[in-house]
Each structure stands twice: as C-alpha cells, then as structure tokens.
Design a binder for this molecule. Sequence first.
Ligand code: HEM
Length: 214
Amino acid sequence: MHKLYVHPLPVRIWHWINALGFIALILSGVQIRYSDILAVLPFGLAVQLHNAIGFALIGNYFIWLLFYLFTDKIKVYHPDLNPARYYRDSLRQAAFYGYGIFKGRPNPHHVSVYRKFNALQSITYQIIMILLVPLQFYTGLLLWDVNGFAGSIELFGGVRMVSTVHVLLFIFFSAFIFIHPYLASLGHTPTAHFKAMITGYEEVEEEPVKDVAR
Ligand code: HEM
C-alpha cells in the first residue's frame, strides 16, 4: 500500500463543518416547514438556529473556495476537455458502481494527487460546489430578509420561486446526505475514504502514477 496526500487540511476542515452543518440545516429546516405536526424545537428557536448555521456555512464555503482558487489543487476540479475520454470513463465508472463492484472487479479509476476524483465524482462535485451549494445559500439569504432583498427576489421571479428553489435543493441535499456517504464507502475497505477525509491520506494499492495536469 502507498499513501497519497489527497485532502489538504483546509478541505478537510471545510468538509466536516459543512457535513455537520448540512445535517443541522436539514433537520432545522424540516422543523420550520412542519412545525404544525413536529415540535422538537420551538418554531422561533428553529428559525434562529437555521439562520445562524446558514451564515456559518456561507463563511465556511469560502475556506473551500479560496483554498482551491489560490492553489494548484484546483486542477482536481478541472473538467476533462476530451469528451470521448470523459464519456468512456463515466460509463466505466457507472458500470463499476452498478455491476462490477458486485462481481469483485477492480475500480477503473486510479487515484492520484491531481486526479483524486473519478469521472462521475468530478462532474457531481463541480455541479454541487459551483452551482447547487451557492444557489442554496443565495436563496436562503433572500428568504432570511424578504423586505431587504425585495429587489433581488423580484429579479429571481418572486418569493414563491425563491422558496421553491430552496425547497427543491433541500430535497436534493436530503437525498445526497445518504447517497454520498454510501458511495464514499465503496473504497478498498468501507472506511478507506472516510479515513482519508480525516487524515488527508488515501491508501492506493498500485505505485502512484506521475500526475498529468489537464
Ligand atoms: C454525512 C455527511 C457526509 C459524509 C459522511 C461525507 C463523506 C465524504 C468523504 C468520505 C469524502 C471523500 C471521498 C470522496 O471524495 O467521495 C467526501 C468528499 C466530498 N464531500 Fe462529503 N460527506 C458528507 C457530507 C457532504 C455534504 C453535505 C457535501 C456538500 C453539500 C459534501 C461534499 C463533498 C465534496 C465536494 C467532496 C470532495 C471534496 C474535495 O476534495 O474537494 N459532503 N465526503
């Protein structure tokens, strides 16, 4: 086994604060939305908690963003500009998750420092981190002060549109919070990727390959 340092400290700090925060936002969001049938917390307290955690996570997002913007590690998020190779790798990865893994076949993706994500992780994490997470934060911010942000809400299509987008993203992240850890448990051992997100080091069986920047 060889060890590769794939998750630098700022990414790990951002990730675990973000993960706990998203769980708390989902739970407090459910409490706010269904306060008539569920009363674990008083409504006002649930709103205060939801707002405070939301602001904390917006700040925390900048740890992730600034780290990647100001280091060469941004290469892990660079899309593969060769569409044929990208589609081939995506299909292979999907076939592995859907079939190969149950037959004991090897993972087609080989981790390296600048290519730690497989083709499916790469596109998913790009969409989540550059589009969905900021959109969730932005719609949350608008709903936090509907009078102060009246102009921006109007531009967005009205308060119903803002809250619908916020709730649809809530549904997406509620599913993601289960699917993502499941996929993260499919390393060479069930805990391998979790340990890597704690220590920073991913264990790889083969000799680390020399990275090719794309
Ligand atoms: C129960 C909560 C969560 C657990 C147990 C978990 C676990 C993990 C693990 C083990 C990894 C490293 C392996 C991999 O890349 O698949 C990872 C990476 C990642 N997770 Fe999570 N996660 C959780 C919640 C979240 C949430 C809520 C988000 C975003 C909204 C998120 C976004 C990401 C991203 C973007 C990466 C790649 C980070 C990078 O290296 O830049 N995770 N997660």
